[in-house]
Design a protein around this ligand. Structure first.
Ligand SMILES: [Zn+2]
Length: 402
């Protein structure tokens, strides 16, 4: 349904505060004047916002840059040491991981718990154990810093609006897990949930190789294949959250039937378990892991497996590129272990077959976060909301249970 909302003054103020804070958190060495030029607010408006951010403990003045010009030298702004911190949780099929980061996404703490056979109750307990541990550790390290919010990235399908993980396959039969609800109840903090591919795309946009691009596709290769789409600098959410499901893009109209009801889905031909199995078949070794890809690529039979993978992947990525016209494609999750020569091969293949071939060069890049983009992406679920102006009011109220 189409809805149009006006924006009240109070929120406009928060939007501008978020923009200024994003400038400081995602860049190095900016002054008030630099920020004013970047976001188009007057110097006076930026100065007022920066003063508020300093008073609220988010920002500090760092160095004075001495220039040859007469007059006041610009003061560089940075995130305060005691600024609030972010908690990120990544729920995959095999484990739940937690990170604590600062507002620049610098890692402060990390831990995880491997799943055995879980129920909703045991999974919830493990999540509490991890988050409690993360908060206590941070309190001991820096008692002046408090948590700002919890971001959760998880395997799908999920509903980011209701905060529920719906019914992922191969996930102990757990369904309708209200992860946002139970975390909010326990900690009294703002909690945001995103699909792991979308969260990873956010991490690349805010802090990774995606920073210079307004439009790109993040493609994650793991137990399945999925993508997160950034358009005009924002995450594209679709209608119901089932967006970027490139693993279910058919690359063969009468191909292998997929559980989703379609035929010839990309995921039927490539995903991490399939690649690993093919490499085991070629080498006779049963203990192959993604970190072995580089050395295995020198073996002829393995090289053929990787080339076949890239060929199939490029078929889907050509379709996606013709549909979305991105500036670049970022390969992430365990896909980062594909040796660079195949990433280059992928770029050449796609470049030669897309409709805009000859008019533009489409870059294919690797994730800045190695295989951890979904984990860092979980913290970015909070940072993105903060930079959009949504978390300041909850922080000011300060009525958390932490
Ligand atoms: Zn499918």
């Amino acid at each position: 349904m189409n809805k149009f909302f006006g924006i009240n003054n109070a929120h406009i103020k928060n939007i501008n505060r978020g923009l200024v804070l994003q400038c400081i958190a995602c860049n190095d060495g900016l002054s008030r004047v630099d920020i004013s030029k970047r976001i188009g607010l007057t110097k006076m408006a930026v100065t007022n916002i920066v003063n508020e951010l300093i008073n609220d403990g988010f920002v500090v003045e760092k160095d004075i840059v001495h220039t040859a010009f007469v007059g006041r030298n610009p003061v560089i702004l940075d995130i305060a040491e005691n600024a609030p911190f972010i908690i990120g949780l990544y729920i995959s099929r095999t484990k739940v991981s937690v990170v604590v980061t600062d507002l620049r996404l610098r890692l402060q703490y990390q831990n995880n718990i491997i799943f055995r056979h879980e129920t909703s109750e045991t999974l919830t307990k493990k999540i509490y154990e991890l988050v409690d541990g993360a908060i206590n550790n941070q309190k001991n390290k820096n008692p002046k810093s408090i948590p700002l919010g919890i971001g959760v990235s998880a395997i799908g399908p999920l509903d980011a609006n209701t905060g529920k993980i719906l019914n992922p396959t191969n996930f102990f039969g757990i369904q309708n897990l209200n992860v946002v609800g139970f975390l909010q109840d326990r900690y009294g903090l703002p909690v945001f949930l995103e699909n792991d591919m979308d969260a990873a795309a956010l991490a690349e946009k805010l802090f990774g190789v995606g920073r210079p691009y307004a439009n790109f596709l993040y493609l994650g290769i793991t137990s399945g294949i999925g993508s997160g789409i950034i358009t005009n600098g924002k995450l594209y959410r679709g209608t119901s959250g089932f967006v970027g499901e490139i693993g279910h893009m058919s690359v063969s109209f009468d191909g292998i039937p997929c559980d989703c009801g379609n035929r010839g889905c990309l995921e039927m031909y490539i995903n991490l378990p399939i690649i690993l199995q093919q490499l085991r078949d070629v080498t006779g070794k049963c203990d192959i892991i993604p970190k072995d890809f580089e050395s295995l690529s020198k073996i002829d039979g393995c090289n053929a497996v990787f080339e076949d993978t890239v060929n199939k992947l490029s078929a889907a990525l050509v379709n996606a590129t013709n549909m979305l016209d991105p500036e670049c494609i970022i390969i992430g999750h365990e896909g980062v272990y594909l040796p660079n020569k195949y990433i280059n091969y992928l770029q050449e293949h796609i470049g030669a077959r897309i409709l805009s071939s000859g008019y533009k060069t489409l870059a294919v890049l690797k994730s800045s976060f190695g295989e951890h983009a979904p984990l860092f992406g979980s913290a970015c679920c909070v940072l993105q909301k903060l930079f959009e102006g949504y978390v300041f009011d909850a922080y000011k109220k300060g009525d958390t249970n932490v």
